[in-house]
Structures are given as structure tokens and as C-alpha cells.
Design a protein around this ligand. Sequence first.
Ligand code: GLN
Length: 444
Amino acid sequence: TKKAIEKAKEKSELNVFITLTEDFALETAHKLDEKVKKGEELKLFGLPVAVKDNINVKGYATTCASKILKGYVSPYNATVVEKLIENGAVIIGKANMDEFAFGSTNETSAFGPVKNPYDKERVPGGSSGGSAVSVAADIVPFALGSDTGGSIRQPAAFCGVVGVKPTYGRVSRYGLVAFGSSLDQIGPFSYDVCGAGLLLEAISGFDKNDSTSVDKLANFKPELRDLKGLKVGVIEEYAEKIEQEDVKEIYYRVLEYLKASGAEIVKLDMPHIKYSIAAYYIVATSEASSNLARFDGVRYGNRVHSDNVKDMYLKTRSEGFGEEAKRRILLGTFALSSGYYDAYYLRALAVRKLIAKDFEKAFSNVDIIFTPATPTTAFKLGEKLDNPLEMYLSDIFTVPVNLAGLPAITLPVDFSKEGLPVGMQFISKWFDEKTMLDVAYTVE
Ligand code: GLN
């Protein structure tokens, strides 16, 4: 625990943490001594963990990397935090992120961007950039992030670590500050697939405080499996969406490896997947605009005083939210407005259903789907900041998974010509994380 805290401080130039939970960490570690004496066996015994700063840890600030939550201290632990503690993990800090998890680069954080440890001029990805770098920079072996449209898998790919987005409902969202409630899932970052399985197992399960969580058996210890006869689905048009030649080469090389190992490659017909980005940015911003309505200067965090309520509300929100949060509130509110609701929101929901159906059909014929994780390697800081549309388009390989509620993993497979990590993605059937982990473990 002390070593991890020391490393976090030494590597402060990476800007990984918003808050270090040092006192709490030492207290937890001391309590573990007692548990050891009692002979208790704990899955995550003594392992230091970083937690994204949109997940509540009792007695510490939850900032969501936003100015609007200034002064807010959480009075309770998120369910995943309770589970970490029960399993013997030690939480050492709250990791930096994009404001309210809006973004793909960590640049929307009110606390400044996290730096990619492979090249400090580059972004770590987002929105869980701090969590990804806490593991990639070897500060902690484990971190938790949240994934609404790729926020675990994309930064994992940009930083050369493993990231898992569980099936929707696998992990309780109680104590996670909501972005898109029908899309959000908390999941693990780790050095390797085995670690991801271990952490996922520890945080999974039904929680009476989250009505969307489910009670399903979760044994996530990855095992090597014979790839012979494994039916691997590929989405052909995806290869063309890879923007970087060396990333494309690596994608095809992994595909060749799968073939050479005896896997049967099946080309999938996914007619609606091309509408994923459009549908995602309607659904996600609609839910976000509604979820952010609670930050009104009354109930949480910062308040800009005024002698009338409406003005207080206006000033608090104008000062508190950053540009991307405002953009999303505008987009979402527009899509939900009367007169536009049918044309945008309802239509996006219909498209979402069709995308899920495409996956359902695909999985009636394949065991797993293999795709790239990102169209490029990590961008330069500032590179996409002025072009939000381009930024949104870079989520192409990750958002369909959230729209359909499926589980997916990204794992590092190689390096680009410039020496940056390149990740690939495996998507499995609903609640079949086991197959996903086994295949990833074998490929790793
Ligand atoms: N990059 C996507 C977005 O900006 C995904 C973010 C996330 O998963 N939290 O919405």
C-alpha cells in the first residue's frame, strides 16, 4: 500500500489522481492484518486499487472531474467499493477522468488531462484515462473505470493494458454517478486477462440497490482453450474503418493467428451497425442531459449565490459545467424536446434495438466476435479537441457493445511503428464473459 502511494506521488506529472485516499488506504491495510490473523482468505488480499472519480468512496470527494461538484463529499460507498473492501483490496486514490465521463481523451477534465505514459505528448484515451494510466504506469495492478461507450476499453487500448466492459447488469451501478443509465457499466483494468477476471469476479453480482443488476453465477478464472473449431465472427466493413495502416496490419495478423490456431472465421452480416455512432450520441446525450439535471446548486457541490433561484441555477450550471458537458446537455435536451422526441430519441431507440438484433443473430452462429479496439493509436494532446464530431467518430468499435448491453474486452496485442500500444477487442454473448476471458487469455 505504501509503495503504491509512493509511486502515485512520484509519478504526479502524469496527473493520474484527483484525490489520494491515503488515510483510508492505510486504515484498510491495517484492518487486513487482523483478518490475516483470523485466517480469512480474501480474493484481492492487500492489492492496491485505483477507483475512477465518478465512483463514490465514503468520506472522500467525488468530483467527476467537474467544477460543479466542488465541495461534495460522498456519504456512502458504491457497492463495488464495498465489494473491493470485502475482498481485501486497498483503495489508494480517485482517478482522473473526462468530466462526467464525457470524452475519449481525458482532456475535458477540470483537473487537466492525464498523460499517456508511453508518450507524454499524447492522450491516455478516455474517459477512464486516470484508471488506465494508474495500471499502465505501474502504480497499481488494478483499477476500476466505467464504460458507457468505450471508456474502459479505449483507454486500455491506448495505454497497453487490459480493460473489460461487463454485460449490462453484471455489476451494480449503485454509487456510480450516472452518465447514460441504460449504457453504463463499471469494469476492471489490469495488467493481464487473469487479473481482469479476478477483479470482475470480485465486483459482480446482484445488488438490491440496483434494480438492473442480476444474480448470475460468475466464475471468471480464465482458462486456456483450444481455439480449434471456435467460431469467430468478424465484421468485414470494420477493417476499412481502421485509419492507421500499422493498426490494420496488426488486426489482420491476429486474425491470421486465430485462423492458424484452427478457429473458423465467419463473416457477419450486421446491416445496422453503421448507425451505431448516430444512435449512441442521441441516446447517451439524452440520458446525460436528464441525469445532469440534479446538479442544480441546491443538492450537490458548488453553488453560485444569487437572490433569485432561477439565476442561482443558471449561474451555478454555467460556471460549473465545462464545454463538453454543456454541449451534451444541449444535444440531449434538444433530442428530448417535444416535437423532436419522436424524430430523434425514439428513432435512436428503434435503431438501438435493431443493432442488438444484429448481434443476437450473429451470436446464433458464432461463439465470439473479434474487432479492432480503436481506429488509431493514442492521439496527440489537443489533436481532436476542436473537432468533437471527429472525436465521436473514433468510438466506432466500442459503442455498439454498449447499445446492445454486451460484454467485451480489449487487450494489448502489439505496438505501432511509433512504439504505441495497439489493442484488439473480443465481444461475447450476454453474460458469457467466461468465453471472452478464456479466448483473450489464450490469445494473450
Ligand atoms: N467516448 C464516449 C463518449 O464520449 C464514451 C464515453 C464513456 O464510455 N464514458 O461518450
